[in-house]
Write a protein that binds this ligand. Structure first.
Ligand code: URA
Length: 246
């Protein structure tokens, strides 16, 4: 009789922390800590250290988020430059965000940024995540740096925070602060067409340059314009948590 080495797959499956590592959840060490902290469930039951699983059959969840053993979804964080259209193709032949990321697997943008807007944009083939991130009921925060004409008064900042009457209705409460001359930080959780530009124009401060600097928990000041990177599993987890808690 051969005794299987402890870490080898056996009829009872493979070590949970090893399978979790392959799914990209964390290193084996991190996964062991997650298991010890009782944050991991297998088929709905809190898992213990030493548990073995069959990745094709067992459902593994961390903090209530279920992982698929086959990482068939990808999500990229792109720093969209100005002059690129948020679309899969453009009849006018302008560069598209899709042309900036790998062809396979095919991904689409989560929401949109205007042709002239720069900054963070998620690209994914995960329809559920995309739906949640764009649906107003989940209210994910988006932070923008707007280079605007003139300096808004305190009263104008208050108006931006409390709501601006636009042609498609009043805007939801937002955060607005002046970071420097003509530099406004605006955090909104709606995703209406050209919303930041229209809000600023409505209070007499046209936007000259607009950069999205945060999507929910995601920031990346190191990501160069035009560059992209896959989200780390921990970031996907944070994002999923953000859309669950609103
Ligand atoms: N608000 C805008 O006005 N434009 C964008 O691209 C994003 C938010």
């Amino acid at each position: 009789m051969t005794v299987p080495f402890l870490d080898e797959p056996s009829d009872e499956g493979e070590r949970l922390q090893k399978v979790m590592a392959r799914m990209g959840i964390g290193s084996r060490r991190v996964n062991e800590e997650l298991i010890e902290a009782r944050r991991v469930r297998v088929n709905g039951e809190v898992a213990v250290l030493g548990a073995r699983v069959k990745p094709e059959e067992d459902e593994i969840a961390v903090d209530g988020v279920v992982y698929s053993s086959l990482p068939d979804t990808v999500t990229y964080l792109l720093n969209k430059p100005s002059g690129v259209i948020t679309s899969a193709s453009d009849p006018e032949g302008r560069p598209t965000v899709v042309s900036l990321v790998p062809d396979e697997p095919r991904v689409f943008s989560v929401g949109r940024l205007d042709f002239d807007t720069e900054g963070l944009l998620l690209m994914t083939n995960d329809g559920t995540l995309a739906h949640r991130l764009t649906h107003p009921s989940f209210g994910i925060e988006k932070e923008y740096l707007a280079h605007i004409q003139g300096n808004p008064s305190r009263g104008v900042l208050r108006q931006l925070r409390e709501g601006i009457e636009l042609e498609d209705g009043i805007t939801a409460p937002a955060q607005a602060s002046l970071l420097g001359p003509g530099l406004l930080k605006l955090t909104i959780h709606e995703g209406r067409n050209r919303q930041v530009r229209r809000m600023c124009a409505a209070v007499g401060h046209d936007v000259q340059r607009l950069v999205r600097t945060r999507i929910g928990p995601l920031v990346d000041p190191q990501l160069a314009p035009g560059a992209w990177r896959p989200l780390e599993q921990a970031e996907v987890l944070e994002l999923q948590r953000a859309v669950r808690t609103g």
